[in-house]
Write a protein that binds this ligand. Structure first.
Ligand code: PXP
Length: 237
């Protein structure tokens, strides 16, 4: 299982004071030295954490894989085509939300995504779409012709008991469907040290994007240890 560390929340701390530290670019390098297989960063329309300078520097410094999360807007497509990350993950974005609240609704918006997906693919970028673990959404992603999906794990992470088991089953089924349709399947959102194990064990799931829990633990144990602790819970890549 590959681990992509989302470094947005390092930038969140920086933005809280408008300082130049802590630098998410430094964080990315430390994550890579600790064994992370990739770095994920979300450039939001309101630049509330990661900013344009971060994305451009990350492109120059990341030695593994850079996964650029973004909304499918003209502005973001233009920036992504300039930055040229290995992966772009298309996510829904609402200004009022605290964090991404769910997957893109491809049944409602699939047609609107065709042009952005084509522009990104033409720039040599592997496009992933962040979707809920729902059969119709996974099929719609495959119909768009993208090579990857990221399944929203938030509902599983927020649930307990029987509901958590049901959400895990949905993730397992959606992963199997994605693989059968030829998609590379990743997962992310809300994953933490206590809840990551069952998701990491889903057959066919190859990559997890994890941010808040790792950056939160890093405050106490350091980023190197926080990344290594998470890697220790995942099957080898
Ligand atoms: N995947 C996607 C698509 C996200 O939007 C986020 C949050 O930015 C993550 C993964 C990481 O979520 P968390 O910070 O809860 O680990």
């Amino acid at each position: 299982m590959r681990l992509h560390v989302n470094i947005d929340h390092v930038a969140t701390v920086r933005q809280a004071r408008g300082t130049s530290y802590p630098d998410p670019v430094w964080a990315a390098a430390l994550c890579e030295l600790a064994g992370a297989h990739g770095i994920t960063a979300h450039l939001r329309e309101d630049r509330r954490h990661v900013n344009d300078r971060d994305m451009r520097l990350l492109r120059q410094t990341v030695r593994t894989v850079l996964n650029f999360e973004m909304a499918a807007t003209d502005e973001m497509v233009r920036i992504a085509c300039e930055v040229r990350p290995e992966i772009v993950t298309l996510v829904p974005e609402r200004r009022e939300e605290r964090t991404t609240e769910g997957g893109l609704d491809l049944l409602a918006q699939g047609a609107r995504l065709r042009a952005p997906c084509a522009a990104l693919a033409d720039a040599g970028i592997a496009v992933a779409i962040f979707v809920d673990p729902d059969e119709r959404q996974v099929r719609a992603a495959a119909e768009l012709g993208v090579p990857r999906i990221e399944l929203h794990t938030g509902d599983y992470c927020h649930a307990t008991g029987v509901t958590a088991r049901a959400e895990l089953a949905r993730l397992t089924q959606a992963t199997a469907l994605g693989v059968s349709l030829g998609l590379e399947v990743a997962g992310g959102h809300g994953l933490d040290y206590p809840n990551v194990g069952p998701v990491a064990a889903i057959p066919g799931m190859t990559e997890l994007n994890i941010g808040h829990a790792i950056v939160g633990r890093a405050i106490f144990v350091g980023l190197d240890r926080a990344v290594r602790d998470m890697l220790a819970l995942l099957p080898p890549a």
